[in-house]
Design a protein around this ligand. Structure first.
Ligand SMILES: Cc1ncc(COP(=O)(O)O)c(C=O)c1O
Length: 376
């Protein structure tokens, strides 16, 4: 079988199983946060991760635009050559001040950040203990380096302890808020466990940074992504000066890659300043509460999540697609999440709420979900 034939066969198998994925173009409506157009139809965006509405914030856009004039469109080189600018250094300092970390390192994506961190730190002789639901980027990095990966059932602190007792000193990896379930890790208990077993704690804070109490613990390393609550692009690893110096000198994803665009850093710097103020989180929390109340009123049973990520498990992949398409016809874009991103039988709508949503949009979404679920 040729490579192309293999691809065609695999494609057919995925299509038959209802698991084929493709892209559809969306265009944001300028000046209207959380509104976009797909196939000529305006939609309210409940699929993106712009939890604080900062992606389209005028001050963020102004800061990024001004930096374009200063720095140009791109960094033009690896940070170790000539790609590390004042915009990078300033954002690193701001992130350290916000998190209490000693040092930071910027990468072009969270996926690259997890790869840089885990592949540089761990090799085949190491064991890493991790929550069952950690993100694909971490699993891939550990598997690529043949690390022994011991996964404990989701958020099961006793099971985590049993793993650490067998291999004390092994690093423990978790997310702060889980990307597909929206629930929080028991951060304090995990930090205490790690201290007891002298195990470094590594937190993927992609969805929890500045939106949860994840900063109450001081991990060995924390990954922060800029593409979620901060509305931008890129990521940072936060940790001790020793860790960051080691990564600068050794992380292949950092050394052999063009540095994040300085203008992107300037946009994230401004977004971070706005996020630290706290009033956007308050708006978001009000929206989460309103949506919960509306769903409860209509007997819609969401997963137990208090975060901006509100999953509604529908089970079968075909039903997930059917309900998501019906919602789209009614003007709502929602995430339709199927295996292998979530376990078989746990296909779900992933509804993401934002400080920028209007209360009426949340009420309308809950009503539309109830009606579409009844129809399917
Ligand atoms: C938990 C988690 N970690 C890491 C990433 C990767 O971040 P990025 O999108 O910046 O590559 C994601 C993105 O979906 C994520 O959800």
């Amino acid at each position: 079988m040729t490579l192309l034939q293999r691809i065609e066969t695999r494609k057919q198998q995925l299509q038959d199983a209802g698991l084929w994925r493709d892209r559809q173009m969306t265009t944001p409506i300028a000046g209207s946060p959380r509104l976009l157009v797909r196939n000529g139809k305006p939609l309210v965006d409940f699929a993106g991760n712009d939890y604080l509405g900062l992606a389209s914030h005028p001050q963020v856009i102004a800061a990024q635009t001004a930096a374009l004039a200063t720095y140009g469109a791109g960094s033009t080189a690896s940070p170790l050559v000539s790609g590390y600018s004042e915009a990078h250094a300033m954002l690193e300092q701001q992130l350290c001040a916000a998190s209490g970390a000693e040092a930071a390192l910027l990468l072009s994506s969270g996926f690259a950040g997890n790869a840089a961190l885990l592949k540089t730190l761990f090799a085949a002789e190491d064991t890493v203990v991790a929550d069952k639901l950690i993100h694909a980027s971490m699993i891939d990095a550990l598997r690529d380096h043949q690390v022994t990966l011991k996964r404990f059932p989701h958020n099961d602190i006793d099971a985590a302890e049993r793993q650490l007792a067998k291999a004390p000193g092994s690093a423990l990896v978790t997310e702060s808020i889980f990307s597909m379930d929206g629930d929080e890790a028991p951060m304090g208990a995990l930090a205490e466990l790690c201290q007891r077993y002298q195990s470094p704690l590594i937190i993927d804070d992609a969805h929890g940074f500045l939106l949860s109490d994840s900063l109450s613990v001081k991990p060995f390393a924390r990954l922060v992504t800029f593409g979620k609550a901060l509305g931008g692009q890129g990521a940072a690893i936060l940790g001790s000066q020793t860790l960051i110096d080691y990564l600068v000198a050794n992380a292949r994803e950092y050394i052999y890659s063009t540095a994040l665009a300085p203008a992107a850093c300037a946009g994230v710097s401004q977004a971070l300043a706005l996020a630290l103020d706290g009033h956007l989180q308050q708006r978001l929390n009000e929206n989460i509460q309103l949506f919960h109340d509306e769903c409860q009123r209509r007997n819609i049973t969401l997963m137990a999540s208090r975060s901006a990520i509100q999953p509604l498990v529908l089970g079968d992949s075909a039903r997930v697609m059917l309900v998501a398409n019906k919602l789209q016809q009614r003007g709502f874009l929602v995430g339709a999440i199927r295996p292998p991103t979530v376990p078989h039988g746990q296909g779900r709508l992933r509804l993401t709420l934002s400080a920028a949503h209007q209360p009426q949009q949340l009420i309308d979404l809950a009503k539309a979900i109830a009606e579409c679920c009844d129809e399917c």
